[in-house]
Ligand binder design. Structure first.
Ligand SMILES: [Zn+2]
Ligand SMILES: [Zn+2]
Length: 78
């Protein structure tokens, strides 16, 4: 799962679903700066998520419908 890089205090989405065994988040985050597909911001994404479809930049995978990620972002705020 991914989100704009300027949302710096977003908790790790995978750790919310799969509780980490240690005290810290075990997930590797990466930043995608593909300006062609998301021209207004860089995107933080995971590289070793338990769910394969969460790996990689979702904005690049679903460039035509980033709105798909909006419900997910809203759940983070509640
Ligand atoms: Zn995590
Ligand atoms: Zn991207």
């Amino acid at each position: 799962m991914c989100y704009p890089v300027e949302l710096t205090n977003v908790p790790c989405p995978m750790c919310k679903v799969f509780k980490p065994t240690g005290a810290r988040c075990p997930h590797i985050k990466d930043i995608c700066s593909n300006r062609a597909l998301h021209p207004r911001h860089d995107v933080v994404h995971l590289r070793n998520a338990e769910v394969k479809s969460f790996n990689g930049c979702g904005y690049c995978k679903v460039p035509s419908s980033p709105i798909l990620y909006l419900p997910f972002l809203l759940t983070l705020r509640s």
